[in-house]
Each structure stands twice: as C-alpha cells, then as structure tokens.
Design a protein around this ligand. Structure first.
Ligand SMILES: [Zn+2]
Length: 1008
C-alpha cells in the first residue's frame, strides 16, 4: 500500500480550518453596539448598566489600559431563523492565540443578571434554542481593557503595568459582534475530527489503530460536501462512529479531569481586577455546569470566594448553589494559593485556618487536599502544617518546571522535617491549564512515573487568568475520551474522588524527604524587597498584637480585637499570594502592597499599644515588654518588667590601620580602614569566626540578566562576574559606649550609595549589621558576604516550625541546582562544639559556598545574604530607591541560639510608660520549645490558645505553666478544634508542633 499519511493529515488540517469550522455559524447578522467608558476605576454594576451609551461601529478602537467600558448589543432574531439555535458572537478584539491575559467581558441581562464571561476562546452567548423569529436581543457587557503585559516578545520592560504610566492609547479593536445560527452537527463534527486528529498524531505509525483512524477521517472528509458542509456534517460524522466507539485498552492510563481556572490573585493585573476575573470565570463555569451534567469544576483560594460574595453577590449565589450540588468544588482549604517558602510559621498555619474556616462556614465543606499547582517550591515545614490543619494531601505540578533535575515521582509520600508524611500528586500532564488536547493526554500517560504500580493521574482542565475556565469544547472532547482506543481514559472527578482512588490503588508509594525545591524562580526570594519587608514586619506585629491583646484580655479584661485581627490576618495572607510576596507582579501591585503594609503596621502598632498601656499600669517609670519566646535582659518571654538600668562595658578604639576595634567583653570586632569587618573574636571560646585574611559584611554586586523571567529568575552564571564593593567614602564612629559602640561606613558604587553600620551592644553576643542602600542600579544583584572559618558539609536554614539542612558542596546536579535558597530568620553553620548564625530581619534569599585555603588547608565557608535585585520585568523600576536591612552575626551560636536571635531581631523590646510587672500567660521550662502564638480562640469563647514547637530538631520534655486560672486544657488542630486531651507536661518529637487550648471560666476579653 502506498503511504499517503501526510497527505490525509494535511487535508484534514486545511478542510477543518477553512471549511468545516467556519460552517459552525453558517448565517449571521450584525448586532447594534453602543458604548460608555467609565472615567476611571470600575463602577458598580447598576451604574454601568444605567450609564448613557453612544453608538460604536465594529472595527473601532476602544479601551485605554486598565479602563472599563460598558457595551450594549441589541438586535432582532430574523424570522427565517425560527426553530434554530441562535447565539451572539462577541469578539472584543481578542487574540485567540492567548487564552487569557488580555481584555475580557462579563455579559449581563438588562435586569443585571450575569450571563457568562467573554474570553479569547469563549466568545459566544446562547440566545435561544429553538429561536423565535422577531425575538428582541438586548445584552450588556462590562468590558475590561486590561493591557497585554506578557506577549510574544516576553519580558520587555513596559509602563503598562501601572495605571500611572500606562498611557491612554486604546488597546483593542471591536471585531465581530453578530447574531448567528449555531449548527450543532457541524460543531460536533469539528470536535470528532479534532479528537481523532490529535489522537492519531500521538499513535505509533507502525500500529494499526493510527491507520484505522486515518482511513475513517479520510472517508469522513470524502463525505463532506465542501459547498454544503451544514447539509453533510451528519453523514460525515457517521463515518467516524466506529473509530470513536472502539474502547480503550485495559491498561490505559486513567485521567481524573477536573474543571479548573488558575486565577492568580494578582499578577499582571491589580488585586481589584482579580475580583472581576473571578466573577467572569465563575459566571462561565456555573453556566457550563448547567449545560453539562457530567462536568465538575473546582476552585481554590477562599479569598476569591470572599471577593465575589462581597462584590458580585449575584454570581456568588450561583456558585453557592452549584457548591451545594457538589458540582462546584472548593479546593485547597487555604486563604490564597500562597508562596510556601517565605511565609512564617504562624502565617503558613493561618493560610489553612482562614481558608478552611471560610469553606466550613460558607459551604459546610472541609477538604483534605492542599491545592498549590503553581507555587514556586514547597518548604519542608509544610507537611506538618497541612496535617495539623486536618488535611492529608497535596497537589502541585510546579516542580515539573525545574530546569536541571527531573523529579522521580508523580504520586508519592512527601515527608517533612518533623516526619509528617503527606500523600502528594504531581499531575503528569505538567500543566494546570489542560485543554484536553490529544498531545496533553498522551503526554500525561507517557510521562507518568508510577506506571506498573499505579494507573491514575489528575488533570486540571481549563484556561486560567482571564481565559474563562473550562470550555464546552473541552467537555465535548473529554466525553469522547472516556473510553477510546489508543488514548488514556478521561472522566470528570472531584479532587477528593481522585485522591481516594489514587491512595487505594497505591498503598505503598515512594517517599521524598525534605523540601520540594523548585530549580527555577530562585530570585523570587529577593525581588521587591519592600513587599518582603512588609510581610515579615506584619507577621511579627501580628504576633505581638495577639500576645499582648490576649494578655490584656486575661489580666485586664480589655476587649480582644477579634474583628480587627481577623481582617488584618486576611490582608497579610492575601499578600503572601504566589506572585505578590515573591515580587513577580506588576508595579501597581507592589506599589499598593507597600501602602497596605504601611496601614497594617500602623493599625497593629495602635492595637498593641492599647493593650500594653492597659497592662503597664500607672507610674512614671518605663515598662519593657518582651514578645520574644525567650527571656531577654531579665524580662521573661511574653512578659513585661520595669526597665532595669542599662548595662555598660562597650569600648571602641582606633586601630593603627585607620580602622576601629569594638569590644563588649563577649565579642571583639575589628573593622579595617575600608570599613569591612576583618575579625570577629568569640571571647568565650577564643575562636575567630572569620576566615584568615577575609573580610565580612562585604557588599558584592553581580550582573543579573537571566535568560527569561526577570523578576523570578537568577541564573547560575550570575556568579561568574562579581565586584567587591570595598571603596569607601567615609568611616566614622557612630556610637562610643558604654551601652553600645558602632562604626559606620559609607560607600558609593554605580549610581547607588550604601551606609553600613556595625554595632556591639552591652551584654549581647551578637554583632548587629544595619545596611542602608539607596539603590539605583539596573539588572544587578547585591549581596553581603560573610566568609566564615567553618568546615561543614551542611548548614541549617530556618523554615516553618524548624529548620532544614542544605549542602555546602555541589557533588551532584541536585545540590548544584540549589545555588540560591530560602531561609526565614537564620542560617546556621556548625562544627562539633562551635557554630555561628547569620540572622536576617527581612531577607529570605541566601547562598552558602565553600573553598579550601591553600595557605593553611582550612575551609572558608561563605554565607551570603541577598539584599537587592533590579529586574525590569514586569516592574521596570523594581526596587529602586531607599532600603534598610538588618542582619546579625552570632559567633558561638548553637542552633538554639540561632533560633533565639532570629526571634529577637524581629521582635524588639517595647518600652511603655508605667510601673507594673506583667507575668507571662505561658511559661515554658525548656528553651528548645518555642511559643509561636498566644491568642484568644477565634470562636470568641475567651479560651486561650497557645501554639508551641520543638525548635532545635531534638526531643524535648517541657512543662507548660499557664499563668492564669483555667478549667481544662485540650490539644487542638490549627483550627482550634480539640483533637484529644491536653496536658501541661509534654514530650515533643523533633520539630513537633502542638496547639493547646485552655478553657477559661467566664472568658477573657469580650469582643472588642
Ligand atoms: Zn499562578
């Protein structure tokens, strides 16, 4: 037989595109269109519906960047169309090659009822089936002219990412706006041919199945009269019935499809636009659920539900109804799909608390699946948090984006730093925007690494980010893929159904221990420093506010600010979304975030001050409050005492080289004439912390122009070029004792300036390092280096409720790929008997490398903190301007001291007028056990909730001594639901977290 395969395949492609697809709408008439453009920000729906319109012709340009236009489309169904299916086609000027990230619309009826969204690949609105001739059509469209930020020439700097710099130029041209006849038979033929054509391309050429499909397609194409596609579509479909009816092989891969739209809570659009993106997509999806009885849709992020509840109640009512029917499935149980590297212990816990509580209160639903398809890596502390929230499973596909190593599993147990194991699935389809393409389905089946032991995977199906979710075409394709020879088998299933079956079929899956490190997007630990500082400051201030408000409620009957704290927590949690905290959003988002964090700071400071005033009592002295989890300067953890006289004993003297020598009896620190720290002597051990001849607190600058993803990525080659910033403008003594001594160095480089202050305080074994940078560089990476005289194969980096170890060497590709990583408040390096901690107040990115010195054979292990970057996409002015950083070096620190200093740097003592002593609500007798939260219970019962954890990675036996009367104590989950009887004598596993709830008779703190 002659091989005519390419000929038939080419014929299919052309006939489908040029003849069959256009025949889906064989007849059409134009609709009348009129427009009103809101002068600035979006207006309420009623206002948009009522606003006066002016006529606009198709082909006209519309839509300044970030504008909102209200369109009215009207017309009459021609008499000749009576009995047929009629749809409106509304093309706002979409680029169908991009299924989102551009203009969008939401269609309303004249009474304000939402109909569905308009998206690049979803431009139809059903008018009638069957139609009545002469029927009037009147629809309104709220159209958002969101500019395209990321397109075919990606990562070019643009002013479009901020309304203030975006200009007024119309972004779109109104295209086809018609009333049209919809020919269902032709549409079905299109789907038949797409499914078979795409499947055929994935099948082996040697196999008979491929040729059977080819011949059937050929017969169907023969049956189509190209001059009368509508009249012959049904006949052509009959030629395909047999190949479509041939069942899947018994061993076929099983795909649980779930309708999905990954909507970033902010990214290339501001937060306010996400509210509308969610409304459009959910309007679409509730409409599709009504049309398609087998279809199931899932949406995560409680915040997005809360948005439509508040801003689009008419859409929310439809969502709520579909949730009650079990067809619209809330997923994930988090407030947002957050980053998981950077959020602190409590914040990571509260993501689940607030997400789960919203789903429970609104829908009576609690799901067991953490849903984070797009998050940039997963911290080793997360499994324990997921479990403590009452969940057991995790879904993500993001690790498939790793550039170096291929992750070995798709379904496995993920073991966290404390030993908690979570059943985890990475969809082998490798996308959260599956569109039921044959290529995707075949890739999932081929890629699935558990073959032979397990058979099923999940496919999140639908366009996100303004693509409008799942389409009716995807549903139609899925129906054909239920049981089709040569293909994986597809059916719509809820995530919980998938996981239950996956767990059953795979009782002994492989185990992955430690973090799930994404070998990409490493610069998200540094970009947009102010957003990161706002996050860390807010987390610390929330701890203080909860602690002192709970203390004031119990000790002084001060009303507890439940409402305020709930609202502020949700704001902070929202900003941990995986494009906000990582710094990968447009300028508008980060500019707003900075303002929001400032407001949060101000409000929390006022809340804390109110509580502290109530506790400090009368008197003209000063009371010192210690919110840190360890005793400090005689003030107990979580308590307050009248201030003691300050200690002295610090000295600073000139060095012959023009530098200075600082001493406080614990540390002796030499700063040379270049303003660099050249010696840090730990007097207790007599040990020098720095490598011989090396200089610490040295700023280093690298060119930083990654191959793509500017705000997200730093590529390994950045290290090939480095400049040490040693040139000095001035060096001065900034404090000369006896309570503290400090030396300040000022240097200029490029267009920027840095002021570095090193400070020794009396009684402290910590060298404080303040760095102020007025940053005006482009595509550069700024770090501060600490070359330490330590030999170790691994170092500890703090994460949620503990720390994890990373290698200091690069033996394998897995280790080499971790060239930039995340820490919370410290990294800690240690030889047996002596260690050193580098403590960070607000930075997350760091690297640790080592060299062996030829002179003495010793090892220099250099820890560097990442301070600033200057990418130009998506924010062309990322991180320009003034920044302040605080770090500290703690020689002689064991890991417990690293934990302690990490807390202290973010929780300074607060000095308040008064004279009272405030006893802590909770006292622990083991410093390795750390209190992460003291608060009143969210249910407003007045019960006191305490969360604590073992922080050093060892075993602990601790006595918890409550400083108040209580009726009983229960152990709880993160949602403060009792899980078992509590006790005040606890034995803890390494890094184990425990939540205790103390029932207080009569309750402290009425709702404030
Ligand atoms: Zn995302």
């Amino acid at each position: 037989m002659h091989d005519d395969r390419n000929l038939v395949e080419s014929r299919l492609k052309r006939v489908l595109e040029e003849r069959i697809r256009p025949a889906v709408y064989p007849e059409s008439v134009p609709l009348e269109v009129s427009i009103w453009t809101a002068p600035d920000e979006p207006v309420p729906v009623a206002e948009g519906l009522a606003a006066p319109r002016t006529p606009i012709a198709t082909g006209a340009r519309w839509g300044a960047p970030w504008g909102t236009s209200w369109l009215t489309v009207s017309g009459t169904v021609p008499d000749a169309w009576a009995g047929r299916t009629v749809e409106a086609l509304i093309d706002l000027g979409f680029d169908a090659n991009m299924p989102g990230f551009q203009c969008e619309g939401l269609v309303y009826r004249p009474d304000g009822t939402p109909v569905k969204g308009l998206n690049p690949r979803n431009q139809w609105v059903r008018i009638a089936a069957p139609a009545v001739g002469g029927e009037e059509v009147l629809l309104h469209v709220e159209a958002a002219s969101n500019p395209v930020i990321l397109d075919y020439h990606p990562f070019l700097p643009t002013g479009l990412g901020d309304k203030e710099t975006a200009g007024e130029r119309p972004q779109y041209r109104l295209e086809r706006i018609d009333l049209a006849v919809f020919d269902e038979a032709v549409w079905q033929l299109v789907v038949d041919l797409e499914v078979l054509g795409e499947l055929m391309a994935e099948l082996p050429v040697e196999g008979a199945r491929r040729w059977e499909i080819l011949r059937a397609v050929e017969r169907a194409l023969d049956a189509v009269d190209l001059q009368d596609v509508n009249g012959t579509a049904a006949v052509a479909r009959r030629e395909l019935e047999a190949v479509l009816a041939s069942p899947a092989e018994p061993s076929a891969h099983l795909i649980s499809a779930v309708g999905h739209a990954h909507i970033d809570s902010a990214w290339l659009w501001p937060l306010r636009e996400t509210v509308r993106k969610v409304a459009r997509t959910t309007a679409n999806m509730t409409a599709l659920l009504e049309d398609e009885p087998d279809f199931v849709f899932t949406m995560s992020q409680a915040q997005q539900y809360a948005w439509i509840k508040e801003h689009r109640p008419e859409v929310y009512a439809r969502v709520k109804k579909a949730v009650a029917q079990g067809r619209f499935v809330p997923a994930g149980g988090m407030w947002v799909e957050s980053d998981t590297n950077m959020p602190g212990s409590e914040a990571m816990a509260r993501q689940f608390v607030h997400g789960k509580r919203f789903f429970l209160e609104e829908f009576g639903i609690e799901n067991e699946e953490a849903w984070l398809p797009d998050t940039f890596g997963f911290a080793g502390g997360l499994p324990q948090i997921i479990k403590a929230a009452g969940s057991t499973r995790l879904l993500t596909q993001k690790i498939s984006w790793s550039r170096v190593n291929t992750f070995p599993h798709h379904t496995f147990l993920w073991e966290g730093i404390d030993g908690t194991r979570i059943f985890t699935h990475f969809p082998p389809v490798d996308t959260y925007n599956c569109s039921m393409q044959g290529e995707e389905i075949a890739h999932a089946a081929r890629n699935f690494k558990e073959k032979g032991r397990a058979r099923r995977s999940l496919a999140p199906t639908g366009w996100g980010d303004g693509g409008g979710g799942t389409t009716r075409e995807m549903v139609a394709k899925a129906a054909r893929l239920r049981n089709l020879e040569g293909s994986a088998r597809v059916r719509w299933e809820r995530p919980a159904e998938f996981f239950a079956k996956a767990e059953r079929e795979y009782p002994d899956p492989p185990v992955w221990t430690g973090e799930l490190y994404l070998e990409l997007h490493r610069a998200t630990l540094t970009s947009q420093a102010r957003t990161k500082q706002g996050n860390r400051a807010s987390e610390n201030l929330l701890r203080e506010a909860e602690l002192w408000c709970a203390t004031a409620a119990v000790r002084a009957r001060l009303p507890y600010p439940y409402e305020e704290l709930d609202r502020i927590w949700k704001t902070v949690l929202l900003h941990q979304f995986h494009d906000i905290l990582p710094g990968s959003s447009i300028a508008w988002v980060h500019r707003e975030a900075e303002r929001t964090y400032a407001a949060v700071t101000e409000e929390l400071a006022a809340i804390t001050a109110r509580a502290q005033r109530a506790l400090a009592g009368e008197g003209d002295g000063t009371v010192v409050f210690n919110a840190a989890p360890h005793e400090r300067g005689g003030v107990p953890a979580g308590g307050a005492r009248p201030a003691a006289p300050a200690a002295g004993g610090c000295t600073v003297e000139a060095r012959p080289d023009g530098g200075h020598l600082l001493d406080n009896g614990l540390l002796q620190v030499a700063v040379d004439a270049r303003g660099l720290v050249v010696s840090v002597l730990d007097r207790a051990s007599g040990r020098e912390a720095l490598a011989p001849g090396a200089a610490a607190n040295m700023l280093q600058i690298h060119p930083d122009f990654p191959t793509m993803w500017d705000a997200w990525d730093v590529d390994s080659f950045y290290r090939n070029t480095v400049t040490d910033l040693t040139a000095l403008d001035s060096l001065e003594v900034a404090a000369s004792g006896p309570e503290a001594v400090a030396v300040r160095a000022t240097r200029t480089f490029g267009s920027s300036r840095a002021v570095q202050t090193v400070t020794l305080t009396a009684g402290s074994g910590r060298l404080d390092l303040d760095t102020e940078v007025d940053w005006h560089e482009t595509e550069k990476f700024l770090k501060a280096a600490f070359p330490l005289d330590v030999r170790t194969d691994r170092y500890a980096a703090e994460t949620q409720f503990g720390h994890l170890y990373r290698p200091t060497h690069t033996n394998t590709s897995w280790e080499a790929a971790k060239f930039e990583a995340c820490n919370h408040r410290f990294v800690h390096l240690e030889e047996p008997g002596w260690g050193v901690a580098l403590v960070t107040a607000s930075t997350y990115g760091h690297d640790v490398t080592r060299t062996v010195r030829p002179e003495d054979g010793g090892t220099t292990t250099t820890a560097r903190v990442s301070l600033l970057r200057a990418p130009r996409f998506p924010d062309p002015h990322t991180d320009q301007g003034l920044h302040r950083f605080r770090h500290a070096l703690v020689p002689g620190a064991d890991v417990g001291a690293a934990v302690r200093e990490g807390y202290r740097i973010g929780l300074p003592e607060r000095r308040v007028p008064g004279a009272a002593e405030v006893a802590p609500l909770i006292t622990l007798d083991d410093d390795a056990v750390v209190v992460s939260a003291v608060k009143l219970a969210d249910d407003r019962s007045g019960d006191v909730v305490v969360r604590l954890y073992e922080s050093c990675g060892g075993r602990a036996r601790v006595r918890v001594a409550p400083g108040f009367e209580y009726a009983r104590v229960d152990r709880c989950d993160l949602l403060e639901r009792p899980t078992g009887e509590g006790a005040t004598e606890l034995r803890l596993r390494p890094f184990e977290l425990v939540t205790l709830r103390f029932a207080v008779e009569g309750g402290g703190g009425e709702p404030g």
